[in-house]
Design a protein around this ligand. Structure first.
Ligand SMILES: Cc1cc2nc3c(=O)[nH]c(=O)nc-3n(C[C@H](O)[C@H](O)[C@H](O)COP(=O)(O)OP(=O)(O)OC[C@H]3O[C@@H](n4cnc5c(N)ncnc54)[C@H](O)[C@@H]3O)c2cc1C
Length: 358
C-alpha cells in the first residue's frame, strides 16, 4: 500500500501539535489544518499551568507526571523559555476556600505552599488577598499559540509537513489504510496513511462518529489589556476569581463559561464581566485599555471530564485525541509523550482516557 504519510494528524491546535511533534520522531507525519495553527481554543487559552484547579483546589489527574510533561516537551522542542520559572498563585477569594487550599498544601507539601495574606502582600505588593493564597512553584503559564507553533516547527525539522487551509471533510478506513478527504476548494483529494489522528477540538460536531463519543463544549473568552500601573514587585500568573497572566506590558484575563452559544465571536459583555471579576485580585484591571479579545470552546467529555485518546469505536487506523477541556496544557503534553507507544499498543492507553474503555 502506498501512503501519502505514515500518520496524518488532523487539526493543528495543542493536541495536534503535541501529537505531530512526538510522532514525527519515528514517523513521516503530515498535518492538515482547516484554518491556521492555534486558530481554535489553543489561540484563546490563557495558558495557565495550574495543577490545583477549581474553587477547592482539587489536584488534577496524574498531577506530577502532568506537571513534568510540560517542560519536558518544550525542552525537546528547543523552546524551554516558553515556560518561565514563575510558579502560579491561587489567592483564596472566599473564606471557605482557605481550608481546602491549606489541605492541598498539607497533602502535597512538595508541590504547594500556603501563604498568609501578609506574606502574599510582602512578595507581590500588587495583589490584595483577604484570606491568603496557595503557591505552586512548579506551575506557571505558557503562551499556547507560541507553543503550538514551536512544536510544529520542531516536527517540520524532523521531516513532518504542515498544511494550513486544508479542511478534512470526511474519513474512512480500508483494510490497508486510513483515508481522509481534503477540501481543495473546487475539488477534493483523498490522502492515505497507516493511521490518522483526529485532533479537531470544536471541529467535531459535523462528524457523527465524533459526536457519539459524548463530547460537549463550553465557550470562553480571554481579554488582553494594557498592564495597569501597580505597586512594583514580581507578579506570577494567578488564578483566583478568574485568572490573570502577566505577559510583558500586558495582562491576559479570563474567563467566562457559556454552555449555550450560537457563534464563537467574543462579546463586549463577556469582556466587562471578566475585567470586573479579575479586579478583585488586582484593583485597576477593570479600567485598563483592552487590546484584544479572543473566544474559543473548551471541548469536554461529558462524563469523565478527562481527555479522550485512542481508536474510534470499531476502527483500528482512525484515532482521536480530544476533550482536553480547560486544562489542555496538563493533559496534551503528558499523553503525547507516550503516544508513539500507545499507537503500537492501544491497550497501554490509561483506562480513564482510553476510547477502548468507554
Ligand atoms: C477561554 C479559554 C481559556 C483557556 N485557558 C486555559 C488555560 O489557562 N490553561 C490550559 O491548560 N487550557 C486552557 N484552555 C483550554 C485549552 O485551550 C484547550 O484544552 C486546548 O487548547 C484544546 O486544544 P485542541 O487541539 O484539542 O483544540 P483546538 O485548539 O480547538 O484545535 C483544533 C484545531 O483543529 C482544526 N480543525 C477543526 N476541524 C477541522 C477539520 N475538519 N479539518 C482540519 N482541521 C480542523 C481547528 O481549526 C483547530 O485549529 C482554555 C480554553 C479557553 C477557550
Amino acid at each position: 500500500m502506498r501512503y501519502d504519510a505514515d500518520i496524518i494528524v488532523v487539526g493543528a491546535g495543542l493536541a495536534g501539535a503535541c501529537a505531530a511533534f512526538t510522532l514525527s520522531r519515528n514517523h513521516e507525519v503530515h498535518v492538515l489544518e482547516a484554518d491556521a495553527p492555534a486558530s481554535g481554543a489553543s489561540g484563546a487559552a490563557a495558558g495557565l499551568v495550574n495543577p490545583f484547579m477549581g474553587r477547592r483546589a482539587r489536584p488534577i489527574w496524574r498531577l506530577r507526571e502532568a506537571l513534568d510533561a510540560v517542560p519536558t516537551l518544550l525542552e525537546a522542542a528547543g523552546a524551554p523559555t516558553l515556560f518561565p520559572d514563575t510558579g502560579v498563585l491561587r489567592p483564596a477569594v472566599e473564606p471557605d476556600q482557605v481550608e481546602p487550599f491549606q489541605e492541598a498544601a498539607e497533602t502535597h507539601p512538595d508541590l504547594a505552599t500556603w501563604l498568609s495574606p501578609a506574606t502574599v502582600r510582602d512578595r507581590h505588593p500588587a495583589v490584595q488577598p483577604d484570606h491568603g493564597a496557595l503557591f505552586v512553584p512548579q506551575g506557571g503559564a505558557v503562551n499556547v499559540g507560541a507553543m503550538v507553533r514551536e512544536l510544529l516547527d520542531g516536527a517540520t525539522t524532523r521531516g513532518a509537513t504542515v498544511e494550513t487551509q486544508a479542511p478534512v471533510l470526511y474519513w474512512r478506513e480500508t483494510p490497508g489504510a486510513a483515508v481522509v478527504e481534503v477540501d481543495r476548494g473546487t475539488d477534493t483529494e483523498d490522502l492515505r496513511a497507516d493511521r490518522v489522528v483526529l485532533a479537531l477540538g470544536q471541529g467535531y460536531p459535523p462528524f457523527p462518529e465524533l459526536r457519539r463519543l459524548g463530547l460537549g463544549g463550553v465557550k470562553g473568552q480571554t481579554v488582553r489589556i494594557r498592564r495597569p500601573e501597580a505597586p512594583s514587585g514580581s507578579l506570577p500568573p494567578m488564578s483566583g476569581r478568574g485568572y490573570i497572566v502577566p505577559e510583558g506590558d500586558t495582562f491576559v484575563l479570563g474567563s467566562n463559561y457559556e454552555n449555550n452559544f450560537e457563534d464563537l465571536t467574543p462579546t463586549p459583555d463577556a469582556t466587562e464581566y471578566i475585567q470586573g471579576k479579575t479586579s478583585d485580585m488586582i484593583p485597576g484591571v477593570q479600567h485598563a485599555e483592552v487590546l484584544d479579545e479572543v473566544a474559543g470552546v473548551r471541548v469536554k467529555h461529558s462524563e469523565t471530564n478527562l481527555p479522550l485518546l485512542g481508536p474510534l469505536p470499531r476502527r483500528d487506523r482512525l484515532w482521536t485525541f480530544t476533550a482536553l477541556g480547560s486544562k489542555g496544557l496538563l493533559t496534551a503534553p503528558l499523553l503525547a509523550l507516550d503516544l508513539p507507544t500507545y499507537l503500537n499498543a492501544p491497550g497501554k492507553i490509561p483506562d480513564p482516557v482510553s476510547t477502548l474503555k468507554g
